[in-house]
Design a protein around this ligand. Structure first.
Ligand SMILES: C[S@@+](CC[C@H](N)C(=O)[O-])C[C@H]1O[C@@H](n2cnc3c(N)ncnc32)[C@H](O)[C@@H]1O
Ligand SMILES: *[C@@H]1O[C@H](CO)[C@@H](O)[C@H](O)[C@H]1NC(C)=O
Ligand SMILES: CC(=O)N[C@H]1CO[C@H](CO)[C@@H](O)[C@@H]1O
Length: 374
């Protein structure tokens, strides 16, 4: 492995333009890495949050082993209530998540995976019929498109056409993150969401680390400082990101660890909604009806909102707007309070959105997961 790495580094000159960065990433994932075990961090093995709905585990277990072998994600971007949804997976790779989504959206839903790396698109397409038969569908509901997620309309994805955009460890490889978020926002229908897992840094990653091709390929060079996601999301029109789950990433390779210095990394999943542009949002009292599949007693919406069935709770204006405008609308009784949004919720530190704090809190559970994955 060290051999492959140094050979790989020798092949590359300093990356200066976006195109160079992309070519580097294509090589890294298209031909250098044979399987997830070749990655230099624990990103892929620490992906499992503590409790995963059974339907998700079952869907993942049905995916063909050749597809799963080339899984390079760092999380589990599987929101509740995907049935019937039109979903788009940015940077779909070998297609593991897409095939699991294909099962979860059911025959009336549809899944599009987009990836720029030809080897991976070719690999993912080889298993379309296999999964169609496995899931008992009359026709396949999944397609794989080769293209760039910065240019979704060129790839044939229309504006306002997608219910849920998903992604697993891709934004950290991408130099222009704002462009990607903007594209995701444009193709989403109003009320739709971007639900994605990615790597984040505990502080802004300095430029010299971005120039290092292996650090970039591992996602360590291009990871966003987690707080920067919040301003980026707002700048393209999304609601404030809600933190769903997080775990620490362990860098195994000592050379890379030294290069990272005092920066630590976490893998985390956030959800961001495309809400109608409207007047001031009002707080509300909301009651979960217990109607979302897999969540009869409690809907774990994010790390700070777990809605218990038939228990009325007050939520802030943005959460109220999310429930009112998204696919979760039928699952809640919503009573608007005539109180304008109070400012107290959005402290500048955003502790409730910090993946490093959440990862510490969930620490014992992460250990369990890494044990079962070894
Ligand atoms: C770390 S891998 C993750 C793949 C997949 N999501 C998974 O979980 O296995 C990153 C993927 O993103 C793709 N990718 C990176 N930048 C991209 C871009 N700008 N447009 C499309 N695909 C991109 C790469 O080709 C690679 O397959
Ligand atoms: C999609 O929406 C964006 C933002 O409103 C707009 O700039 C762009 O032209 C639209 N693309 C197409 C193909 O209609
Ligand atoms: C992307 C894709 O092929 N979607 C198909 C999924 O299945 C439905 C119903 O069978 C088709 O209408 C879609 O075209």
């Amino acid at each position: 492995m060290e051999d492959i790495l140094s050979h790989f580094v020798a092949l590359l000159v300093v990356m200066a333009t976006c195109d160079d960065v992309r070519e580097n990433v294509k090589k890294y994932y298209g031909s250098r890495l044979e399987s997830s075990g070749d990655l230099q961090t624990s990103a892929a093995s620490c992906a499992m949050p503590c409790s995963v709905p059974r339907s998700v585990t079952e869907a993942l277990n049905l995916v063909h082993p050749e597809v799963t072998k080339r899984f390079f994600g760092c999380g589990l971007p599987f929101p509740a209530k995907l049935e019937g949804c039109r979903v788009l997976d940015l940077g779909s790779g070998s297609g593991r998540d897409c095939y699991a989504f294909s099962k979860l959206v059911g025959p009336s839903g549809r899944v599009t995976g987009i990836d720029m790396t030809e080897e991976l698109i070719t690999l993912s397409r080889q298993y379309i019929e296999y999964h169609q038969q496995k899931f008992g569908y009359k026709e396949p509901n999944v397609t794989f498109v080769q293209g760039y997620m910065e240019k979704l309309s060129e790839a044939g994805i229309q504006n306002d056409s997608v219910d849920v955009v998903l992604s697993n460890c891709v934004l950290c490889l991408c130099p222009d993150k704002k462009a990607v978020l903007q594209q995701a926002y444009n193709v989403l229908k109003e009320g739709g969401e971007l639900f994605f897992s990615d790597m984040y840094a505990s502080k802004v990653v300095p430029d010299h680390m971005k120039q290092d091709p292996v650090l970039w390929g591992e996602g360590m060079g291009g990871s966003l400082f987690w707080q920067d996601l919040i301003s980026l999301a707002h700048s393209v029109g999304f609601s404030t990101p809600h933190l769903v789950s997080a775990s620490q990433i362990v860098v195994h390779n000592s050379e890379l660890k030294a290069k990272a210095g005092d920066i630590s990394y976490a893998s985390s999943t956030y959800r961001l909604f495309k809400l109608p542009k409207g007047p001031v949002k009002s707080e509300a009292t909301v009651t979960y009806r217990g109607t979302v599949a897999d969540f009869p007693d409690q809907l774990d919406f994010d790390s700070s909102h777990c809605f218990k069935k038939d228990v009325a709770v007050e939520v802030d204006g943005e959460m109220a707007a999310i429930l009112q405008n998204s696919r979760f609308f039928p699952d809640f009784k919503i009573q608007m309070l005539d109180k304008p949004q109070t400012k107290s919720e959005s402290t500048p530190q955003c502790c409730h959105l910090n993946p490093f704090l959440l990862a510490d809190k969930l620490g014992s559970c992460v250990k369990q997961c890494s044990k079962t994955n070894k």
